[in-house]
Design a protein around this ligand. Structure first.
Ligand code: SAM
Length: 130
């Protein structure tokens, strides 16, 4: 199990888990290992208060997570990514549809009413389409 984040979460982890302090935009997919059954992105930009700018940065993070996912997922693998719902949401969903057999959107019950976060889920990775 591998996690990456800009900040060190300073957690104590079991032997099979590793966190690397890394910018997803600079990560070399080949250095991440794998292949993996599942890629999860909970990445979010530091919010600026400018909703549209934050939504666009969130979209960019999802697309980057998807690029990394395409490089490290097993055929049939799954992908989950948090996204701030905004103008680019449909584009992000379409990008998942190109490489996953099924795509779903969920808003967990625990999400705060005022939050505009959603999760995009891709099931059944099809590497030949990537
Ligand atoms: C909502 S927090 C979630 C963190 C973690 N999943 C948790 O529950 O504690 C969003 C995280 O995305 C990370 N992040 C934002 N941009 C990133 C990037 N370009 N590369 C890697 N991590 C990034 C931030 O450092 C932050 O820790």
């Amino acid at each position: 199990m591998l996690g990456i984040d800009l900040d060190d979460p300073e957690l104590s982890l079991p032997a099979h888990a590793e966190i690397r302090v890394l910018d997803a935009f600079e990560a070399d997919p080949q250095s991440l290992g794998g292949p993996f059954d599942l890629v999860i992105s909970d990445m979010a930009p530091k919010t600026s208060g400018q909703r549209h700018a934050d939504q666009f940065r969130s979209y960019e993070l999802v697309i980057r997570a998807l690029q990394l996912g395409k490089a490290v997922l097993k055929p049939g693998g799954s992908f989950v990514a948090k996204i701030f719902q905004g103008a680019e949401f449909e584009e992000a969903r379409s990008a998942l549809r190109e490489v996953f057999g099924k795509v779903r959107t969920i808003r967990p019950d625990a999400t705060r009413d005022e939050s505009y976060e959603l999760f995009l889920i891709g099931l059944g990775f099809e590497p030949l389409n990537s």
